[in-house]
Unconditional design. Structure first.
Length: 422
């Protein structure tokens, strides 16, 4: 069984391509079912966020043919042409796949170094695959190992000491544009971790008015109570859009939820007072044509890189410490995986030894039933069991010695801890 990873992220692909290859919550289980129907794939987890789409797989046979079949599957499933996406994909196998997942889970491969949201997203992706029955021993152990490694990195380094996230970067950008936010009104669309963080940062900046909208109004209401905000249903957004100076959106909608027409109407109502719109979703929540409108400042997740880069510097030392932890944890997982190769051998060897023991014990019990003296029976038991257990290994060692197979003799010396070779 081989571990494989195939995917693309913010470093290898544009937001336009990432949204074309994203797996929304409504299709991810169907995608898992489909990819696990490939002959070489036995387990799968799909991690799909605004910055990355990755498949983690347990495969049989050679890794290269398996990855080629997954590439072809990915293009076909998403309605793409393979030659149009192949150059943007990366692949990792075996130890490299283990290291990549641990690096991702720890936030070391994120647009914002050390951001904590990715760990929750990876956990959610794993839970989805596990609940649907598409994970087995290998991926279950790998992802649990990744979660414990991320926890260790958080507790032993300063990787999360500074409030650097996509949400923080969005609010920081709003501050740069408006200087102070106490007179601005903000609309947040969505109810996930990113929107919750954005609400927290806006409150810390004393934003004048805060409204949270979501398709499920109960979710919006729960988040609004937490941040002293007003809750709004998604259907009311277009009607009230004109009252907001700042709009930050991060939903899982497969289609845009704010179109060019709604924004045009809002600008007319506002008499051309500008609106800052920050779209953190992939696929995008705001129609791209909105960027062409006057008095609209539309930013996407990729546009925040300058803000993010400046805040990453404080995390570089912590990141180096984190990578040291990751390296040790990768070695630990690989050692466990390698040990799986001995499981069947150990089981078979123990079964043979136990069968030998049972046969000799049955003979000894028979001798006792014939009133043979106990010391004589015990001596028979010890002598016969020892001879039977040692016969095959002894014969194999004699044969190895006669054939000059010193490596077998050295391995036996190590295996039996005889300490005869130095």
């Amino acid at each position: 069984m081989t571990l494989c990873c195939i995917g693309l992220n913010h470093n290898t692909a544009s937001i336009a391509l990432r949204e074309q290859l994203a797996f929304g919550p409504d299709i991810v289980v169907a995608a898992l079912r489909s990819v696990c129907q490939l002959p070489a794939v036995t387990e799968a987890v799909i991690v799909s966020t605004c910055n990355r789409t990755e498949l983690y797989l347990a495969t049989t046979g050679e890794a290269d043919p398996a990855l080629q079949s997954v590439q072809a599957w990915l293009a076909e499933f998403q309605g793409m042409v393979l030659t149009d996406i192949r150059a943007y994909l990366y692949e990792h196998t075996a130890q490299a796949a283990v290291e990549h997942l641990l690096v991702v889970a720890c936030g070391l491969d994120s647009l914002i170094l050390g951001e904590p949201q990715i760990l929750g997203q990876v956990k959610s992706a794993f839970q989805t695959a596990q609940s649907a029955g598409y994970t087995g021993q290998l991926l279950q152990r790998l992802f649990q190992h990744a979660f414990s490694t991320a926890k260790q990195v958080r507790s032993e380094t300063g990787i999360g000491a500074h409030p650097v996230s996509v949400a923080f970067a969005a609010v920081h950008l709003a501050r740069q544009i408006f200087t102070t936010l106490c007179e601005q009104s903000a609309l947040l669309i969505g109810a996930g971790d990113t929107i919750s963080l954005a609400a927290r940062h806006l409150r810390q900046q004393a934003v004048g008015e805060l409204v949270i909208a979501n398709r499920t109004q109960a979710s919006a209401a729960a988040l609004a109570r937490e941040h002293q905000a007003e809750a709004l249903g998604l259907t009311s957004v277009a009607r009230r859009l004109a009252q907001f100076d700042i709009v930050i959106s991060a939903t899982a909608s497969p289609l845009p939820i704010i179109g060019k027409g709604a924004v045009e109407q809002a600008i007319r109502t506002r008499r051309h007072r500008p609106i800052l719109i920050i779209d953190l979703a992939v696929p995008r929540d705001i129609e791209p044509e909105v960027a062409d409108l006057p008095d609209i400042y539309l930013y996407h997740v990729d546009d925040l890189q300058d803000v993010i880069r400046e805040n990453q510097r404080s995390r570089q030392v912590a990141a180096e410490q984190a990578r040291t932890i990751v390296a040790a944890q990768v070695a630990g997982f690989v050692a466990w995986q390698n040990s799986l190769g001995a499981v069947d051998l150990i089981r078979d060897y123990r079964a043979r030894a136990e069968a030998t023991r049972d046969a000799v014990l049955a003979k000894a019990q028979h001798l006792l039933a014939q009133d043979k003296p106990a010391p004589e029976v015990l001596a028979y038991l010890a002598h016969t069991l020892t001879n039977k257990l040692l016969h095959v290994p002894s014969e194999q060692l004699r044969q190895a010695a006669s054939q000059g197979q010193d490596q077998i003799l050295a391995a036996a010396d190590t295996l039996f801890q005889l300490n005869r070779r130095h």
